[in-house]
Write a protein that binds this ligand. Sequence first.
Ligand code: EPU
Length: 427
Amino acid sequence: MSGNPTSREESFLVTGGTSLNGEISVAGAKNSVLKLMAVALMAEGRTTLTNCPGISDVPAMAEVLRHLGCEVEISGDTVVIDTPAQVGHVADDKAAQRLRASVCILGPLVGRYHRAEIAMPGGDAIGSRPLNWHQNGLNRLGARTHMDHGRLVAEADQLIGASYELSFPSVGATETFVTAAVLAKGTSVLRNAAREPEIVDICDLLNEMGARISGAGTHTITVEGVEGLTPVTHRVIGDRIVSATWAMGAVMTRGDVTVRGIDPMFIHVVLENLRAVGADVETGTDWVRVRQTGRPTARDIRTLPFPGFPTDLQPMAIALASVSEGVSVVTENLFEARFRFVEEMVRMGVDAETDGHHAKIVGREQLDSATVWASDIRAGAGLVLAGMCADDVTEVCEVFHIDRGYSDFVGDVRALGGQIERVATYR
Ligand code: EPU
C-alpha cells in the first residue's frame, strides 16, 4: 500500500437537537480512585477498592503500581492491589509520563519507603504543572529533594512531623504532604489545605487503615504519625465532575436528568449556578434532579478551589454560556491555558473572546455543527455538550482524552436519549 501513513483514532459523532432526559448512576471519582490506588502502596497486603470507574486512567495507574512490584487486579468496578513487603521506588518513566496523576505515588513512597523517583511531568493542554509545593512539603518533613535527569528524586532517613502552610490550596500538594506525614515521627499540621471531597476520601481510607488524620475537608489538616497501616476495603466516592456534566447537559438541552450516586453537597455551588440560570433543581441524600424548560440565562462564573466552582467544569460552563440568553464572563483562576479549547468552540459558531484569564461569551440560540478536537478530558466533554446544541452532526476528534475520565460516555449519553456514535477515523 502506498500513500501517506495514517493512524487510527476515534471520534464521537454527536447529533444536535435532542434533549437529555432520564436517570443515570455515576461511578467513583477519577480524582479519588487514582490516589486511593497509590495509598495502597503504604500497607503490605491486599487493599480492595469498590465503586471504581471504568476509565482508562485506572489501568494506566495499575501499570504504574505493577512496575513498582504490586499485583493489581481489575474486575468490574473492583480493584484489588496486593502490595509486597518491599516495593521499588522508581516510577516507570513512560507510564508516569502517560498518567500525570502518577505524581500521587510520591507521598506514599517517601512516607513508607523513604525514597521515590518520578518523571517530572511537563506542561499539558491546560497549563504548566509544577511540583514545587510538593517538594517544599516533603522538605519540611525532612526529605531531601532534587532533580536528576528529568526525574524528581526525594529521599529521607526518617520523616519528622512538621508544620507547612501552602500558599495556594493545591490538591496534589495537600495529598503529597498528608500521605508522607502519616508514617512520620510526631505530629504534622498542614495549613491552607485543599478541601476537595477527594481529599476527604483519601484521608478516610488512610484512617480506616490505621492513620490518625483530623481536619480533612477544612483548611487545617493534622496528622499524628503512626507506626504502620493495614490494608482494608473501601468504597470510592461518586464523581462530582461527571455528575455535574450531566446536570449541565440537562440545562443546555432543556431536559430533565436525575443523577444517582452523588452527594449533592459535592456540587452545591454548581447546582446554585444552575438554579440561577433558570433550572429547577431537587436533591436527595445521594441524587440530584435538574430540569430546564426555557432557554437558560447568562451568568458569570469564576473557577475556584473547592467549595468554589470547579475548574474541571469550566469547559461545560463555556458550553452552557454559549447557548444562554445574554452575555456571560467565565473567569479561570486555576490553570493558565485552560481556555485554549475555546478556539474549538469558535469553530462551532460560539461568539467568544478570551484574554487567557477571562472568556466573554455571547449566547446563541443554536450552534453550528463542525469538526472539533478534544485537547483534554473536560474540554472534550464540553465540546460534546456543545454538539448536542448544534444544528447537525458534530465530530469530536481524539476522544481518548474523554475516555480517561468518563467510564462509558456514549452509553451514558444514549441512556439519556442523546444521539452519539463512536467511530474510527484514519488521519
Ligand atoms: N501548582 C503549583 N505548584 C505545585 C502544585 C500546583 O504551582 O507544586 C499550581 C498548578 O500549576 C495549578 C494550581 O496550583 O495552577 C492548582 O493545582 P492543583 O495542585 O490543585 O491541581 P492538581 O492536583 O495537579 C487536581 C486534579 C485536576 C484538577 C485540579 C484542581 C487530579 C489527578 N487532578 O490536579 O483534575 O483540575 O486538581 O481541582 O486530581 C481533571 O480531572 O481533568 C483535572 C485536570
